[in-house]
Design a protein around this ligand. Structure first.
Ligand code: ZN
Length: 308
């Protein structure tokens, strides 16, 4: 594992532990809400200072660093802070709320702010995004990364969807293969996947509300707390399984759409190059993406004739 990756892994786990203990301190009335927020902000500033000093130290010694004090680092720290709020808000609200309505409205605030920002700025709030003149029915942008090597593309926005290509894509794909990536994203928009994702977000918000309500009722001595807690745990277990199945199907449909537009040979070549660049083994799948092997097999089986 690279040094920089290890550094962020250790630090983000440490900062999430700080968040949890701060949340628990609020829960047991050892700490006020404002001091809890202050602790989070100070811990994130400390991370920024530590990371930048490590970078300058390496620069001073003439070593090249993977961590650059740049928009990318700021994005990592902002997303860390937001994920801290996702954990902290339900704990604070369920402890301090005066009525169940307070819990319903306030508990998911951290999650909602996180979702709005990640929908509006998918590559990050501080990452530069530039429009690309590209012959497509939707606006296409490039997210300019300096140090991040991940090649990817995303659809952002709900009512006015736009396609964002990550700059490393242009380093190893030819024009036709870039077209294949854009076609895949257009496939997601054509299948209305960007709207269907909203359903999952609403379920996550409801899950957080049920969890916060279970703590609230437990504290006020109402017997339903335990049942609600069980319900939230069941939701936390089964919902990711269901949504993972659904996401993987959405990917395969977008693959089929794109292979019909650019031709399956070009599409499969783009998939293989992406896997190679992102160091993904061909048989490796994630919770939202089937393995490259499975995607190629699906395209070969279902894309009879290219319309290109
Ligand atoms: Zn996709």
């Amino acid at each position: 594992m690279k040094k920089a990756k290890f550094f962020f892994l250790v630090f983000s786990s440490l900062f999430l532990i700080i968040t949890l203990s701060t949340g628990l301190a609020v829960f047991f009335s050892l700490l006020g809400i404002l001091s809890a927020l202050l602790i989070l902000i100070i811990s994130d500033v400390a991370l920024a200072v530590f990371a930048s000093s490590a970078y300058y130290r390496q620069l001073y010694r003439g070593e090249l660093s993977e961590i650059l004090l740049s928009s990318e680092l700021l994005d990592i720290i902002l997303s860390l802070f937001l994920s801290q709020l996702v954990i902290l808000f339900p704990l604070i609200v369920s402890t301090k709320a005066r009525s169940p309505l307070d819990v319903i409205f306030l508990a998911p605030l951290g999650l909602i702010s996180c979702l709005i920002l990640s929908l509006k700025f998918p590559p990050g709030l501080f990452t530069k995004i530039e429009p690309l003149s590209y012959p497509a029915p939707y606006k296409v942008y490039v997210a300019k990364f300096e140090k991040i090597k991940e090649a990817n593309a995303v659809v952002s926005g709900i009512f006015k969807p736009r396609i964002i290509l990550f700059s490393p894509l242009f380093e190893f794909l030819n024009d036709d293969e870039v077209k294949a990536v854009v076609a895949h994203e257009i496939g997601h928009i054509a299948n209305k996947d960007h709207i269907k994702l909203l359903f999952g977000l609403i379920i996550s918000i409801i899950g957080i509300e049920i969890l916060a309500l279970s703590i609230y009722y437990e504290l006020v001595g109402d017997g339903v707390g335990g049942t609600l807690f069980l319900l939230s745990m069941l939701l936390a277990f089964f919902f990711p399984l269901l949504s993972s199945y659904y996401w993987r199907r959405m990917e395969l449909k977008a693959d089929l759409y794109a292979s019909r537009v650019v031709g399956k040979e070009t599409y499969i070549s783009a998939l293989r190059k992406l896997a190679e660049h992102n160091l993904l083994p061909l048989d490796w799948g994630s919770e939202d993406h089937p393995s490259i092997e499975r995607r190629i097999e699906y395209v070969l089986k279902n894309c009879k004739n290219s319309e290109y």
